[in-house]
Design a protein around this ligand. Structure first.
Ligand code: GLN
Length: 490
């Protein structure tokens, strides 16, 4: 039977003729079919993926040099454009819309001979934490189908969790890769803002959005990061000088085989985060005990004050909704996607009908909130204030990473909860983003790694953050933690 543990292992098997790309694609298509009830995919590109696999097998058998992602099977969130394929952001308003071009990230994967197997379900326009805000319906957590997979990249997380692909792309504006990874017991990584081009990523909040990676192991994540990152003439917010992420795989693997075990890290944690009243007691105790173990192992681990913690969620929701209200103004029913048939006399009425019918409840709420915080009279009280908070957070981050290599935090205050227990109160739901939005407000990289199992049966882990552009250190520390402190009986 086909099995996959890492890209390297798969490519070795291909080289030894123990498997083929066609066998791999066939396996994943069967798995996708058998796990349809999880609702992880919005569409699988079955025929096309098989054809590409066949071409790659022929190419390999003819002795052509193999590209870095030869035959690697990847799923992409339904907010990432792939030329000639439907992209909807899980919204009615983009019904039937076909991408006119591929996102830079996708194009770079294709250029290395990856196979895109399908697009994955998510919260509408990446807004949400449970994957319930989708026009395609909810996604189920494969570990317990009564529980949410997290959001907004729930489909990508479950696609990897349930073995429906080798790696998956998500987008992370305020935790949408890290939180579902935590809820599903897999690795989810958000790189430094500006590492991977956002060209072809449907915008939610442009100064926060970043494409992220769900991968089976740290090596796979480092490889995908290296391939997708780097300057792009279509996105001026990508870091323009050569960055460490462009050599991530080599830097990561070289390091791993040399000094990993001897290296002692300087690790910080926020007292306010670990002693926050919303944090589940078992999560808190496990992370505190991890901290003790790291200290005993000779790492420098220190608690630092972080009195801004209670401001991060409000600042995030003011700024992201402001950006969203502007970004989503383009969906007017004229240029693309859904258009209302309601009889109207005025153009503005047509816009109103289209947008009221096309956008879901949560997206409408955020557009209205964003319009409100930007409106004359409230701009200074909300938008400017939130920008000031963002500035203070950035200053704090600079100070922290002058002294420490990484910060450890919980990823979410709870483990995956039941669909029935999901909170209807949007503010309560927003507050659960308390640990993830910091990395997006400041642009630093963050990763969620699975380490523990809760007595309720669900997995959880820790989140690790490093300085901007220090993604390789982040992957090294995360790999070290998974190697030494994984409490799962895998
Ligand atoms: N839960 C967050 C929100 O609803 C995360 C969104 C995201 O990262 N795309 O805004």
């Amino acid at each position: 039977m086909f099995s996959f543990s890492s890209i390297l292992q798969y490519q070795n098997e291909l080289a030894q003729n123990n498997t083929s790309c066609v066998e791999a694609v066939t396996h994943y298509l069967q798995q996708i079919e058998q796990n349809k009830r999880l609702n992880a995919f919005t569409e699988a590109y079955a025929q096309e993926a098989l054809e590409k696999a066949k071409q790659l097998d022929d190419k390999r058998n003819n002795g052509a040099p193999l590209k870095k992602l030869h035959g690697v099977i990847i799923a992409i969130k339904d907010v990432i454009c792939y030329k000639g394929h439907t992209v909807t952001a899980a919204s009615k308003i983009l019904t039937g819309f076909t991408s006119l071009y591929s996102a830079t990230a996708v194009q770079r994967l294709l250029d290395e001979d990856a196979i895109i197997i399908g697009s994955t379900n998510c919260d509408e326009f990446a807004m949400g934490s449970t994957n319930e805000n989708s026009v395609y319906g909810k996604v189920l957590n494969a570990l317990d189908e009564t529980k949410v997979p997290g959001g907004s990249s729930g489909g990508s997380a479950v696609a990897l969790q349930a073995g429906l692909c080798m790696a998956a792309l998500g987008s992370d504006t305020g935790g949408s890769v890290r939180q579902p990874a935590d809820f599903c017991g897999i690795i989810g990584f958000k790189p430094t803002y500006g590492s991977i081009s956002r060209y072809g990523l449907i915008a939610y909040a442009s100064s926060f959005d970043q494409i992220g990676i769900f991968g089976k192991c740290m090596e796979d994540i480092a490889l995908l990061l290296e391939i997708m990152s780097g300057p792009d003439e279509y996105d001026s917010t990508v870091i323009s000088q050569k960055t460490s992420t462009q050599g991530a795989y080599e830097a990561y693997t070289n390091f791993k085989f040399s000094s990993e075990n001897e290296k002692k890290y300087r690790i910080a944690y926020f007292k306010e985060a670990l002693f926050h009243p919303s944090l589940d007691i078992e999560i808190k105790e496990n992370i505190l005990s991890l901290i003790d173990k790291l200290r005993s192992a000779g790492h420098k681990v220190e608690a630092i004050d972080f009195d801004l913690l209670d401001y991060v969620v409000p600042a995030y929701y003011v700024l992201t909704t402001a950006e969203a209200s502007s970004n989503l103004s383009r969906y007017d029913g004229i240029r693309f996607g859904y258009r209302s048939n309601a009889p109207v006399k005025e153009l503005t009425d047509f816009y109103k009908h289209t947008r009221s019918e096309g956008f879901g409840k949560e997206v409408q709420r955020r557009i209205m909130l964003g319009t409100f915080v930007l409106s004359a009279g409230f701009y200074d009280a909300y938008y400017s204030k939130a920008q000031q908070v963002r500035r203070m957070l950035v200053d704090k981050t600079i100070a922290i990473f002058n002294e420490f290599d990484v910060v450890v935090m919980p990823t979410s205050p709870t483990t995956a909860f039941g669909f029935a227990d999901a909170n209807d109160d949007p503010v309560a739901m927003y507050l659960a983003d308390i640990y993830t939005v910091f990395a997006n407000l400041t642009g630093v990289p963050g990763i969620a790694i699975p380490l523990f199992k809760h007595s309720n049966g669900m997995p959880f882990g820790v989140q690790v953050m490093a300085n901007k552009q220090d993604d390789v250190t982040l992957l090294q520390v995360a790999s070290h933690l998974m190697k030494e402190y994984d409490m799962h009986d895998r």
